[in-house]
Design a protein around this ligand. Structure first.
Ligand code: ADP
Ligand code: MG
Length: 581
């Protein structure tokens, strides 16, 4: 194919316009060439974001300094695509899927423009086992063979982009192969032969849809966080968002979830946060252990990282890269959790791009299509039945960091329209160090809880009433508050302290299994449904503090620990010893 070339006619920050003749496509990759006297031109990767009669607008994924009007642009004929194959797990990539440690090794401390590395290691060998046989008729996404990747069986599939039915001619024997080696020859309906390799490429902006059926997300995904699983659950294959002001604990909650959620693979898209915070993520993850295997969490994690100091355009691409990898592993019948931190920074990249294109701005200068872009991203979550009957899922959780913590802004609002659960972090709670700072009154979920709904509602009623009493007490003081109301307030404080709050940094309390949450909820119900006939408020307060301490001691005791039963009993004893009517 003759590749189209063009000439740069304008440079506006990361956005360039290029005049061309020939055929180009939306989202096609091009390379802007900065000529060099010393050697070959510096080629900067870019992507077409708009085409209008003979002129294309491209966003360049790098700093455009030295790029001038008249410089050449080579269109690649390919859409912005990710390399998919074994060897992605455990790696750290930038938004364009360049492996970061390797890039640093090649370039030294300062990353050089125009350096792109293959995402998958070309020297690694993988132990291939054939599954398909000559004569088998397969379609995109169906398995040709497998290789082990860590603890998972990595399926080598008919590439997702191939249309129609392919008849297998031959499959390579079991053995060691590199990602570019052909492991099968197949024929299309017209008899044309094609080679299947361990790796394939997929355009990141398109969802991967070679499954049999989308299923409703109806199963609770256990995250180990009580406040979430009991009150504001997430579903396997569902979506949720965590908006919160700076410092409210968005990143800590995502780390806690990535360690304890009941999923196979975690993909972290660290998007546009300050470099220091991302470095923290990179440093922390290898040190976290996977509670399921006892090995490092990195073994089942992929980090896509794009700090605020990296070019904005690559940030826009990074969330698509991340969700593409998530969709890829879903095709292997795995449950994948994608955590995007923060989608606000991603939306800012969209805003910047839209501004440079001089599009008509919508609310707060975000593009008018912001809502549909956000919806399109979250729609890539889902639980699916694959063509072979196995089930895989992608669950997406995105943080939103609205300026000043005001949720009444376009990104939060657009996200709320499409997600299934909302974990609103409250400044008041994080200031009071009540972690996780998920607001128990504002947050919501459309997914099923691990506890029956009426029981959850009963506890939420106590939270609501107790909080009303608290507001009233601020006006009339403790003395002006009736004893019954005061006890409701104490009950609410207890539920908050022993159930909503959870210590992310205590080995036992950091994660609460579904079984444990049910046991804990049972006792909590008994404690708060009892009537307490105190005559003195100070005495009531002291009694509830004792209850609280007993409950926290129980929370910090492992379920298989010898004190577990005794500590549970200690709570019930305190309840029975309290004065009742
Ligand atoms: P954000 O990402 O919202 O800006 P972070 O997640 O970085 O905020 O949290 C800020 C700080 O709050 C943390 O460094 C930690 O000290 C504290 N924090 C957050 N969540 C918890 C938690 N669950 N338990 C204890 N401390 C927490
Ligand atoms: Mg953060």
């Amino acid at each position: 194919m003759n590749k189209t070339t063009g000439k740069v006619t304008g440079v506006n920050g990361n956005m360039i316009t290029v005049a061309f003749t020939g055929a180009v496509a939306q989202n096609e990759v091009g390379y802007a060439c900065i000529p060099s006297e010393k050697g070959p031109a510096l080629r900067l990767m870019s992507e077409i974001v708009r085409i209008r009669n003979g002129v294309a607008d491209l966003q360049v994924f790098e700093d455009t300094r030295d790029l001038k009007v008249g410089d050449e642009l080579d269109f690649s004929g390919d859409l912005l695509a990710a390399e998919l194959g074994p060897g992605l797990l455990g790696r750290v990539y930038d938004g364009l899927l360049n492996p970061l440690p390797e890039l640093a090794e090649q370039c030294g401390f300062f990353l050089q423009r125009g350096t792109y590395l293959p995402s998958l290691d070309r020297t690694a060998k993988w132990a291939f086992t054939p599954v398909a046989k000559p004569g088998d008729r397969l379609t995109a996404g169906e398995t040709v063979g497998t290789v082990p990747e860590g603890v998972y069986t990595h399926r080598i599939m008919i590439p997702f982009a191939w249309r129609g039915v392919y008849t297998v001619k031959s499959v390579a024997p079991a053995g060691e192969y590199g990602v570019e080696d052909a492991i099968a020859t197949v024929c299309d309906a017209k008899g044309a032969e094609r080679q299947v390799c361990l790796m394939q490429r997929w355009p990141v902006k398109l969802p991967i849809t070679c499954y049999a059926e989308r299923l409703r997300p109806t199963e609770t995904l256990s995250t180990g966080i009580r406040s979430v699983d009991t009150f504001f659950p997430v579903a396997v294959g569902g979506t949720y968002c965590i908006p919160g002001p700076f410092g409210a604990g968005k990143t800590v909650i995502q780390h806690q979830t990535s360690q304890h959620a009941d999923v196979d693979i975690v993909i972290v898209a660290a998007c546009g946060e300050r470099a220091g915070e991302v470095v923290e993520t990179l440093r922390e993850f290898p040190e976290l252990t996977d509670p399921k295997t006892g090995r490092t969490l990195m073994d089942r994690t992929i980090i896509i990282c794009n700090t605020s100091s990296m070019p904005v355009a690559a940030r826009e691409a990074s969330v698509y890269t991340a969700v593409t990898l998530a969709g890829y592993y879903r095709q292997m019948g795995l449950n994948v959790l994608l955590l995007a931190d923060s989608t606000s920074r991603w939306a800012q990249a969209l805003r910047e791009m839209s501004g440079r294109l001089e599009e008509i701005p919508g609310d707060e200068a975000f593009p008018a299509y912001l809502e549909s872009v956000i919806a399109g991203f979250y729609e890539r979550a889902g639980r699916v039945r694959l063509k072979d009957g196995t089930i895989g899922s992608v669950t997406i959780g995105g943080t939103v960091s609205p300026a000043g913590g005001n949720f009444d802004e376009p990104v939060t609002q657009a996200t709320l329209k499409v997600v299934g659960a909302f974990h609103g972090l409250s400044r008041a709670r994080s200031d009071a160090r009540r972690f996780p700072a998920i607001d128990p009154l504002d947050s919501w979920s459309k997914y099923p809880s691990v506890i029956e709904q009426p029981r959850v509602e009963a506890i939420r009623t106590i939270l609501r009433k107790g909080s009303d009493v608290e507001q009233m007490m601020k006006v009339v003081g403790e003395e002006g508050t009736a004893m019954d109301d005061f006890v409701v307030f104490l009950k609410k404080e207890l539920v908050d302290a022993v159930y909503l709050q959870q210590n992310a940094f205590n080995d036992v309390d950091a994660s609460s299994s579904v079984e444990r949450q049910r046991a804990s909820f049972d006792i909590l119900e008994q404690v708060v449904s009892a009537t307490y006939a105190y005559t003195d408020k100070a005495e009531a307060r002291r009694a509830f503090l004792r209850l609280q301490q007993a409950f926290i001691d129980w929370n910090n005791t492992p379920m298989d620990g010898q004190d577990y039963g005794a500590r549970r009993q200690a709570i019930l004893t305190l309840v029975s010893e309290a004065p009742h009517e």
